[in-house]
Ligand binder design. Sequence first.
Ligand code: COA
Length: 180
Amino acid sequence: MVTIRTAKTMDAAGIARVHVDTWRTTYAGMLPDRPLLDLSQQRQLRSWLALIRAEPGRQIVAIDGTAGVVAFGSCGRARRSQLPYDGEVFTLYVLPDYQGQGIGRRLLAGLFGVLAKEGFRSALVWVLAGNPARFFYRFMGGSWVAVREESLFGTRVEEHGYGWLDLGAVTAKSDPGSTI
Ligand SMILES: CC(C)(COP(=O)(O)OP(=O)(O)OC[C@H]1O[C@@H](n2cnc3c(N)ncnc32)[C@H](O)[C@@H]1OP(=O)(O)O)[C@@H](O)C(=O)NCCC(=O)NCCS
């Protein structure tokens, strides 16, 4: 059984492993190869450790009994947004072998729960235009609200914004494996 809970500092290495793995599998062909090859678990570990310490409670993990961390997500106050959404999902990544088993939905519901508990009322997520994950957010009830151009790894990318005005809209009904 895969459980969902708030990330602790001891999860930083597992998150870093999943981060590097999922970025390469997700963005190969969408982003330049070199920076994807250069992703480092050590650097990611340090930055996730710093984030978990700086903003405790805003990162969540999915833990498999044998494989450890198999997915993670993070959230907080919406960044650089003129849009009417105060919360933002910054990351949501599930290892390929664990996709399609409901973990993404459970994590998104968990992140919305974290945002709601902190007093946020709504949420936004930005997705690369070429990433099929945007259909997942649409499927989860997100409204397609904006398009923007960003610079990522030295390249211009188009991102689509999906928004929820009701944080209760995504639920993983009676999730006994979640402590969020
Ligand atoms: C996008 C992602 C988070 C979804 O997580 P997941 O665990 O695979 O999704 P779930 O199994 O929870 O799917 C929940 C529902 O969404 C649907 N769904 C999932 N991915 C979908 C997609 N790409 N397009 C359309 N529907 C999708 C599923 O069919 C499922 O429907 P159901 O409840 O009727 O069975 C995951 O595939 C992932 O990590 N992708 C790579 C990383 C990435 O792109 N992250 C987003 C960066 S912004």
